[in-house]
Write a protein that binds this ligand. Structure first.
Ligand code: PAF
Length: 282
């Protein structure tokens, strides 16, 4: 494992690798790695000669200061996990100045409306931060392929759009959601759940699975109402949003149209911890 903290050192190494025509697979992360991240890293190692993992808690994508302050930072443990699964992996763990220069500032992007749906409504500016940091990281790492989990499905669609807007020569690869045995989607935030919340949170995926099962027979309106009801008097889980949306443009579905692909999306608070999940419906 090689750790890089300085942009110029990583750029120099990347230039050497590019001269040797080696394919670079890139897994951008904010650290606190879990099996979902490791699955992305393994996929990257299968598809590419070189794997780069960035570990960088990106300040510009947090619209909530407390969330940024509490985001777990576990570099030593993360490096151990990576070393256990891969002999040679390049880790880029920079300070904000290395990525942004003097001021960590987000570019304002027009992602064709993708940024205005769901997460975009509840986390204003979030996707500008994600787009900006990925533009910087792609410029530094120059990957042939970059890997993202479908748990952040809206992010995945936005990253594909970013690459189109910025005309970057990187292939974006989406990988399936990894779940705990309870069904809870793996997330770095899960470590912040207390024991009561840990017990309560598998309900999120249970609800999504039921929606998938009922999607053929119930209307969107009925399903929306049913989901709200499931959380209405839950003492541990507070529903922020539930939406059935077109899987490509992420526009909210009012009714089902023949031939369209749909997905259900959910965000729930367990205390202070915000959990998101989604499921393909057809
Ligand atoms: O999904 C994440 O962890 C982050 O949004 C990403 C893609 C690493 C950008 O900071």
């Amino acid at each position: 494992m090689e750790l890089y903290t300085k942009r110029r050192d990583l750029e120099a190494e990347v230039a050497k690798l590019k001269k040797q025509n080696l394919d670079i697979g890139f897994v951008p992360t904010m650290g606190a790695l879990h099996s979902g991240h490791l699955a992305l890293v393994k996929q990257a190692a299968k598809d590419n000669e070189i794997v780069v993992v960035s570990i960088f808690v990106n300040p510009t994508q947090f619209n909530n200061k407390a969330d940024l302050a509490h985001y777990p930072r576990t570099l030593k443990e993360d490096m151990d996990l990576l070393t256990n699964i891969l002999e040679t992996v390049m880790v880029f763990a920079p300070a904000p100045e290395e990525v942004y220069g003097e001021e960590a500032k987000a570019t304002s992007y027009d992602f064709g409306g993708l940024e205005l749906e769901m997460e975009g409504k509840f986390r204003p500016g979030h996707f500008n931060g994600v787009g900006t940091v990925l533009k910087h990281l792609f410029d530094i790492v120059k990957p042939d392929r970059a890997y993202f989990g479908e748990k952040d499905y809206q992010q995945l669609q936005i990253v594909k759009k970013l690459v189109e807007i910025e005309k970057m020569a990187v292939q974006i690869i989406g990988c399936p959601i990894y779940r705990e045995s309870s069904g809870l989607a793996l997330s770095s935030r899960n470590t912040r759940l207390n024991s009561v919340q840990t017990k309560a949170s598998p309900k999120i995926y249970e609800v999504l699975k039921q929606v998938k099962e009922d999607f053929g027979t119930k209307s969107v309106e009925e399903l929306n109402a049913w989901v709200s009801e499931q959380f209405s008097d839950d003492p541990d889980l507070k529903l922020e949003y539930f939406e059935i949306a077109n899987a490509i443009n992420l526009k909210t579905a009012k009714r089902k149209n023949k031939g369209e692909e749909y997905r259900a999306f959910i965000a729930v608070f367990a205390g202070e911890v915000r959990l998101i999940d989604n499921i393909a419906l057809n």
